[in-house]
Design a protein around this ligand. Structure first.
Ligand code: ZN
Length: 507
């Protein structure tokens, strides 16, 4: 076979894997937007079956044969060529899944269903003891999973590598130490100032106006509605079925305007990344997470989060944005916002207020919520923290970092769904996204002084084009650290993030 024929044979196999995973994603989107509650159980089976079929297709002898032929065919190509990367990533995924027995996957899936039900009950009753035995089992299976994949220094490394290749318990500890030291003085300075006026955010905002403004904003940022749509959900998310159908969702709170505004901006950022992947990568390994078995074009969870945070916080949560676009928001809500200035609005949506709930946290306190979770996950994985001691450890960390006394487990250790799903190791990617967003933005501004002026004028196409060129188009060809090195000359570096937060919140 020629090189092209060998690669085409492998592409053909992976295209089928990608199709099956995209079909599973459509079912997921439906379950979180349209599906009646009664459909949950059978839908869970449907998605699990499709995911298993995708894994079987990947591990099938035909795929492995095509992979071996392709490996020989690409030997002489540059290491970072799209062809070599496709082949190497497929090999990595085949090795990964080959190490995990089907019985363990089934055990994890079965546990997930009952653990989530227990978590829902525990949270409703604010009683950690209901969830504790399931978390204990989840940890046991997570350790078994980590041992299958393999790790050298810490079992947590194996879990993190699924979401953020390259990060480890050790690297995260170093990153967090720098962040904690840098964030605390900024937080202290912000808290020393009087709280701005924010009463108007809690007035009555009809969904219609929120949706109209959200759609207009998404389009301003470059989101293509011909290949996308905006729907309503409980927990906002973005999901794509190839770059040609990239959907975002939001949640409208009639009595709290920022929820949908910044939620929509955030998901738009995720959507722009997926819409911007090179069309040539459609249905290939470079637009498929073959390890996580998820059809996604972005290269890691952290890189994805960097794009949502960049648009949400650096563009939309800025003084410039509201100076330019607040009159449009006012036109949807003349009564509710008639007595508010653009500056007052900006100050209200950047007010700093330590709280218990991660998803409601402001920019300055958000990372403390993440660092606490990662410290706890790491200690749970290596056994240095017992499940029974988890609520006390949680509450102590919230008191230490944010100066708050957690009133009950529902507002503390039981607030997130993550641990009940068995997904340990994804929390660090939120903070990595924050750090990476600032690092990219800093570099793009330095390299193109005209970019800042365009953003000041409300023209976002230049920023979108720069990100498309530097990040989006590459899909999964480059890892996060490679993208950063190519654009900024450095690996992940918290200095620009701390400088950005200082300028915004401490100056
Ligand atoms: Zn996100």
């Amino acid at each position: 076979m020629t090189r092209d024929a060998s690669l085409a044979a492998l592409d053909g196999r992976i295209a089928a894997v990608n199709d099956v995973l995209n079909a599973a994603s459509v079912l997921t989107w439906d379950s979180r937007t349209m599906m009646p509650a009664g459909g949950a159980e059978t839908r869970g089976h449907q998605i699990a079956t499709l995911t298993r079929l995708a894994r079987d297709l990947l591990l099938a002898p035909e795929t492995v044969q095509a992979l071996e032929a392709a490996e020989k065919a690409v030997e002489s190509l540059p290491e970072d060529s799209p062809e070599r990367r496709k082949v190497a990533q497929t090999r990595h995924a085949v090795t990964h899944h080959g190490r995990v027995p089907a019985s363990l996957i089934q055990e994890r899936a079965a546990l997930r269903t009952v653990a989530q039900a227990a978590w829902i009950e525990a949270r409703a009753k604010s009683d950690f003891s209901i969830f504790a035995p399931y978390l204990e089992k989840t940890l046991g299976l997570s350790r078994a999973y980590a041992d299958c994949i393999g790790w050298s220094e810490h079992p947590y490394d194996a879990m993190v590598s699924i979401y953020e290749p390259g990060e480890t318990a050790r690297s995260l500890k170093a990153l967090f130490a720098r962040l904690r030291a840098g964030l605390l003085p900024i937080l202290d300075a912000a808290r020393a100032r009087p709280a701005p006026r924010s009463d108007f955010l809690f007035r009555d905002f009809l969904e219609e106006g929120q949706r109209a403004f959200g759609l207009s904003m998404a389009q301003k940022l470059g989101y293509d509605l011909n290949r996308g749509r905006l729907d309503t959900t409980v927990h906002p998310f973005e999901v794509s079925f190839t770059r040609n159908d990239v959907r975002i969702t939001t949640r409208y709170n009639r009595n709290y305007l920022p929820a949908s505004l910044f939620g929509t901006a955030h998901e738009t950022g995720h959507g722009l990344y997926e819409q911007g992947v090179d069309p040539a990568y459609t249905r290939t390994t470079l637009a498929t997470d073959l390890v996580g078995l998820y059809a996604v074009g972005g290269t890691s969870f952290g890189a994805h989060e960097s794009q949502s945070r960049l648009w949400e916080n650096h563009v939309v949560r800025s003084r410039t944005f509201w100076r330019l676009h607040f009159p449009e928001l006012q036109s949807h809500f003349p009564q509710q916002l008639g007595d508010v200035s653009a500056e007052e609005f900006y100050r209200s949506v950047t007010r700093v207020e330590p709280g218990f709930i991660r998803v409601e946290a402001d920019e300055l306190t958000y990372d403390f919520h993440i660092m606490l979770r990662v410290e706890i996950e790491t200690a749970l994985m290596d056994g240095s923290l017992a499940v029974a001691d988890l609520p006390a450890a949680w509450n102590a960390a919230i008191a230490r970092d944010l100066g708050l006394t957690v009133p009950n487990d529902a507002k503390g250790v039981l607030q997130d769904v993550h641990w009940s799903t068995g997904y340990l190791g994804s929390f660090p990617t939120y903070t990595i996204g924050n750090v990476m967003a600032a690092q990219l933005m800093d570099s793009l501004r330095r390299n193109d002084p005209g970019l800042g002026e365009a953003i000041e004028a409300g023209e976002y196409a230049g920023l979108a084009e720069a990100l498309r060129t530097k990040v989006w188009q590459h899909g999964r060809r480059f890892q996060r650290e490679e993208l950063l090195l190519r654009e900024t000359g450095r690996g992940l570096d918290p200095a620009p993030y701390l400088a950005y937060l200082t300028a915004k919140y401490a100056a």
